[in-house]
Write a protein that binds this ligand. Structure first.
Ligand SMILES: NC(=O)c1ccc[n+]([C@@H]2O[C@H](COP(=O)([O-])OP(=O)(O)OC[C@H]3O[C@@H](n4cnc5c(N)ncnc54)[C@H](OP(=O)(O)O)[C@@H]3O)[C@@H](O)[C@H]2O)c1
Length: 328
């Protein structure tokens, strides 16, 4: 590729800066033409001429072909992404809340505007390429279950409470300092963030649109230091497990809950900000995917992979969703 794709970046926090640095350092074929942020007073390590506080400056720029949306406000994100798709721009987002809460609307927009250029790999498990794998590699594999640790901050907090007997508040503070936590960390510790991710997995693994509010959830904020100590005494751990199981009647059962797991569970050794996903396929058996589920560069890497995929004309296939759409 000789010419660089003119790109508009929304958000310059943990993920936005990660994306910006990776593109520069790896000399990738993207030119970040403008960066839209909110706070006019913040000092930033980027030329002031690149910044804007007006989303329309990017959205109405016909030269900008690709939008990277990594802001922390999901309502504004939906407005940005919906406008961008309507204008025929390609969109990469990391915003699981926005995607999960607007799945149907996003699919409809793509259909209506004949714009399939939309990817959201970074929204689930950051550096683990789970969505790409589900949409492409496992497109024709009937899956029986997906079970995993999908929230880096919750896992980090539980790991610190377990290994170092750190108090909950202190572990949460450290997770925030390290950039693992959401701008509103109640999303992490209440299990809502993992629930949003499960909704995206349900779409690509099973072809089902399941709004997050329909998924039963319990947060790690209900887990006490005493319970963690008791688990440790029995060589067990408490982990926030997100799971989708297909039962014998072909019904999907989804949940996000803190669970007591034993040392022979493949998720037992998954600690700190790491995530893992166990996929059980009808033909392939069980696969375990493991990697960093949060942070500047792991998340930035997933965003950049989507940008490169779009540049190469690779869009989600939604293979498992198609029969439902045709029938509907
Ligand atoms: N952090 C992670 O490890 C991680 C992992 C996976 C996915 N994500 C997702 O990635 C997105 C960004 O997360 P983050 O951790 O980078 O958040 P962050 O560090 O809090 O940064 C958020 C950025 O969004 C900007 N922003 C917020 N509202 C805006 C608005 N209405 N218009 C323009 N800019 C706005 C902020 O502007 P100011 O700089 O002016 O405040 C800031 O630059 C979120 O959707 C999150 O769920 C994060």
């Amino acid at each position: 590729m000789n010419t660089k794709i003119k790109t508009g970046l929304f958000g310059f926090g943990t993920v936005g800066q990660g994306v910006y640095k990776i593109i520069k350092e790896a000399n990738l074929p993207f030119e970040i033409k403008k960066i839209c942020v909110r706070d006019t007073q913040k000092s930033r390590e980027v030329e002031a001429s690149l910044l804007t506080f007006d989303p329309q400056e990017i959205l109405e720029d016909e030269e900008i072909e690709l939008i990277v949306e990594v802001i922390s406000d999901s309502d504004s994100a939906w407005n940005i992404v919906a406008q961008a798709l309507q204008k025929g721009k390609a969109v990469v987002t990391a915003n699981k809340k926005m995607v999960a809460e607007n799945l149907e609307g996003l699919l409809r927009l793509q259909e209506q505007y004949h714009n399939p250029k939309f990817r959201f790999e970074a929204a689930v498990a950051a550096a683990i390429p789970i969505l790409n794998l589900l949409d492409d590699y496992f497109a024709h594999e009937p899956l029986k279950s997906v079970r995993g640790i999908l929230n880096g901050s919750s896992n980090f907090i539980l790991s610190k409470m377990y290994a170092e007997a750190q108090p909950y508040e202190e572990a949460l503070k450290e997770a925030r300092q390290k950039g693992f936590a959401e701008a509103d960390p109640t999303l992490d510790v209440s299990g809502q963030d993992a629930r949003n991710k499960l909704s995206l997995i349900a779409l690509l693994a099973f072809g089902k649109i399941i709004p997050p509010h329909e998924i039963p959830v319990q947060g790690i904020d209900t887990v006490s230091a005493k319970e963690i100590g008791e688990a440790k005494d029995k060589n067990q751990k408490i982990k926030q497990i997100a799971e989708i199981m297909l039962d014998e009647n072909q019904n999907l059962n989804l949940s996000v809950t803190p669970q007591l797991i034993s040392a022979n569970d493949p998720l037992f050794s998954v600690d700190e900000e790491y995530n893992a996903v166990l996929l059980e396929g009808q033909f392939s058996g069980t696969q375990k995917l493991y990697g960093k589920g949060a942070g500047e560069f792991p998340t930035g890497t997933a965003v950049v992979a989507d940008m490169l995929a779009i540049a190469a004309g690779k869009y989600y296939r939604y293979e498992k969703l198609k029969p439902e759409l045709v029938a509907g």
